[in-house]
Design a protein around this ligand. Structure first.
Ligand SMILES: [Zn+2]
Length: 339
């Protein structure tokens, strides 16, 4: 069963929020667009793997997408498959055209349109993640289940090249379409259960409790200031109108769309761009609500976790779960807004 669903990276949502809320001629837009394209590509690569894994018998495997834990420093594993006999951790790469593995330097380059560019070696990446994962499991007193690791190339059209004396990389590297064969191979290798059903369930719970995705300070990443961010409730339908609240609903002056929940995406934008907490005053300012009582009512209607009292109350997103994440269909239909 899927223990942790595949989700679009939080950085992708941040890029989308920036593109919604930055003036159309801001010079950083092309950089944000490029980064968003690469986050979406990662998501599509992991989705490819999730398709193959969805064919596994549900009662024998737990699947985690994008598990992020901390062993001194944080580490994120694209894919973890747990069974009573072994655990498989994978780094997924969705890359175009050709990958070249150089034996002597352990360096990897990708080739696209006759241009070469160095990238992080996915085999070494997953090796490092395994060291951190083992440390984490030791701390949790959960060692004992054999750990296998793999680098997975999501597209079978990506050509992998290396020299004849470096073919051992193919023990650590597979195409996503071979994932099920690899798991079958591991089943044959690990014939006896190392964990009981109960212990495995305990491990699953621990992983979920400790999984945490923080929201990075994206304004700092792109050297933007709060003043660069356009405020107000942007219409989720036409993406251009700034909505006004009256007669218990939000109304778009451009496309005439009206809705009670149209401000949800704007609240997400606030958390994605401006910080992990919001007060009623910040909420009212960001959403352009003049009435304190309406702002308080709208904010409380979100049922966000809160701390403090009266005017000093601060609200947060529970476990950084957005109010309106995109579903698979919406992600596939998403097009980067052009200037
Ligand atoms: Zn509209």
């Amino acid at each position: 069963m899927i223990a942790l669903e595949l989700q679009l990276h939080i950085q992708a949502y941040q890029c989308m929020a920036i593109l919604r809320r930055l003036s159309k001629n801001h010079p950083i837009r092309p950089t944000v667009e490029r980064d968003l394209r690469s986050w979406l590509k990662e998501y599509y690569g992991e989705k490819e793997c999730s398709y193959y894994l969805s064919l596994l018998p549900e009662d024998q495997y737990y699947i985690f997408h994008g598990l992020r834990l901390i062993d001194k420093k944080p580490f994120q594993i694209d894919l973890v498959v747990l069974s009573m006999r072994f655990q498989l951790m994978s780094e997924v790469k969705n890359l175009s055209k050709k990958l070249i593995f150089h034996k002597d330097s352990n360096h990897v380059t990708k080739e696209f349109n006759y241009e070469e560019e160095g990238i992080s070696n996915p085999i070494l990446q997953v090796k490092r993640q395994k060291i951190q994962f083992v440390n984490w499991l030791r701390k949790m007193q959960m060692l004992g289940l054999p750990i296998e690791r793999l680098a997975v190339i999501s597209k079978s059209t990506t050509k992998v090249e290396t020299t004849s004396d470096n073919l051992q990389i193919f023990n650590d590297l597979i195409y996503a379409e071979s994932l099920l064969d690899k798991i079958e191979e591991l089943e044959c290798k690990h014939t006896k259960p190392a964990f009981s059903k109960r212990k495995l369930a305990q491990l699953v719970d621990l992983l979920l409790v400790h999984h945490h995705i923080p929201i990075p300070d994206i304004l700092q990443t792109y050297k933007l200031s709060k003043n660069d961010i356009i405020t107000g409730v942007i219409c989720p339908k036409c993406q251009t109108g700034t909505m006004a609240f009256y007669s218990v609903k939000w109304h778009c002056p451009i496309c005439e769309y009206s809705s009670k929940t149209a401000f949800f995406q704007s609240v997400d934008d606030y958390f994605l761009l401006l910080g992990p907490t919001i007060t009623r005053k910040q909420f009212a300012e960001f959403l352009h609500i003049d009435s304190t009582s309406i702002a308080g009512h709208q904010l409380r209607s979100l049922n966000l976790p809160s701390a403090g009292s009266k005017r000093g109350t601060i609200y947060t997103l529970p476990k950084n779960q957005l109010l309106c994440p995109l579903n698979e269909k919406e992600i596939n239909a998403y097009t980067i807004p052009t200037r």
